[in-house]
Design a protein around this ligand. Structure first.
Ligand code: AHM
Ligand code: MG
Length: 339
């Protein structure tokens, strides 16, 4: 008998979901498809790391004072070029660009959406063949269509995101996204060049046995976090402790593992970085949206839901606690003791 193979592709699922938004004209769907195309271009390049001269540092330093890797620059250009062509977006805020990029061609001036993107997160891991990712977040513009988008279009609370997602370039390449109807994952089938449905409604386990934090910064952590780490390391059969410590240093990879298996990811404030390290717009908001849509939680560790924080700056950083609901609540409990 001939075996038939007909996976559900990203485009099919996007079109199915579109009917849930009666006012939608298919623009958001088109945008997501173009993001997927850019992701495939970046994926191809990431897979060549080590074969061609794309690893290592470019000669630039980004706004955050970090050395840009060559692949950061490549990924940034790939996303901007693919997405600009749609005319659906009025502009982009990228972790790699100091200022927002405004598209001012006739089509884009009427674009309804803006995009925030970290084109290649965890890129310092590329040289050593560790998984990296791209993270994106889409908002409906609030400025008047027909004019150039403004900074205020990007400085909206995470609750206003209309879609968000990430691509993980790992042992396989996956795209995980949400439009507020659950968190859905796809795996790239290289033989047909399509993202194929893996899990329609991902569910974050309510509990887990993994904590992910850069313990090298221990002495600089708030006391609540230090105590939580000790709690994770204590032996208690009833709560499956001690927990395992797993930290790759690549947010998408750490979050993805915890989302699948249960766990908590913490990048807290430290003495030297009172706002933590991760960026609200490009990293925390999209990941928080995905986490919540899968039944998890995301806070700043001090009782504030990430998605409700009003951004004041596109490159703003925020302490970040995300993952399995009960584990995030436990971190909050420890932090509260020292408030
Ligand atoms: P990047 O956007 O410059 O790659 O930095 C973000 C990365 C995250 O992927 C990761 O969670 C974190 O930085 C690791 O930071 P640290 O090395 O301080 O633990
Ligand atoms: Mg990043």
């Amino acid at each position: 008998m001939v075996q038939s193979y007909h996976p559900q592709t990203l485009n099919e699922i996007i079109i199915q979901n579109q009917s849930a938004f009666p006012y939608a004209k298919g623009e958001l769907s088109q945008l997501l498809s173009h993001i997927a195309v850019a992701a495939k271009i970046v994926n191809k390049k990431v897979n060549k790391a080590g074969l061609v001269d794309i690893t290592g540092a470019a000669d630039n330093v980004n706004i955050q004072g970090e050395n840009q890797q060559k692949l950061d620059v490549f990924a940034n250009n790939a996303f901007i070029q693919s997405i600009k062509a749609t005319g659906i977006l009025g502009g982009i805020a990228s972790e790699e660009d100091d200022e927002i990029v405004i598209f001012d061609d006739d089509l884009s001036l009427n674009g309804k959406y803006v995009l925030c993107i970290d084109p290649l997160d965890g890129s310092s891991n590329i040289d050593v063949n560790v998984s990296v990712g791209s993270i994106f977040s889409i908002y409906r513009r609030i400025s008047t269509p027909g004019t150039k988008v403004e900074i205020g279009d990007f400085l909206q609370e995470g609750t206003k995101q209309v879609a968000a997602g990430y691509i993980i370039y790992g042992s396989s390449t996956m795209l995980v996204y949400t439009t507020g109807l659950g968190t859905t994952s796809f795996t790239l089938d290289p033989s047909i060049g399509e993202f194929c449905l893996t899990e329609k409604f991902m569910e974050s386990p309510k509990d887990g046995v993994v904590y992910s934090i850069n313990e090298g910064n221990y002495v600089k952590f708030p006391q609540g976090i230090k105590d939580y780490i000790k709690y994770c390391q204590e032996v208690d059969k009833d709560t499956n402790r001690p927990y395992s410590s797993r930290y790759i240093g690549s947010l998408v990879a750490d979050f993805h593992r915890n989302l699948m298996k249960g766990g908590v990811f913490i990048y807290p404030k430290t003495l030297s970085n009172p706002s933590g390290k991760l960026r609200l717009l490009y990293e925390c908001n999209p990941i928080a949206f995905l986490a919540e849509q899968a039944g998890g939680l995301a806070t700043d560790g001090e009782g504030n839901r990430i998605l409700e924080i009003k951004p004041t700056n596109i490159h703003q950083r925020v302490p970040f606690v995300v993952g399995s609901k009960n584990m995030v609540l436990k971190v909050e409990e420890f932090m509260k003791k020292y408030k």
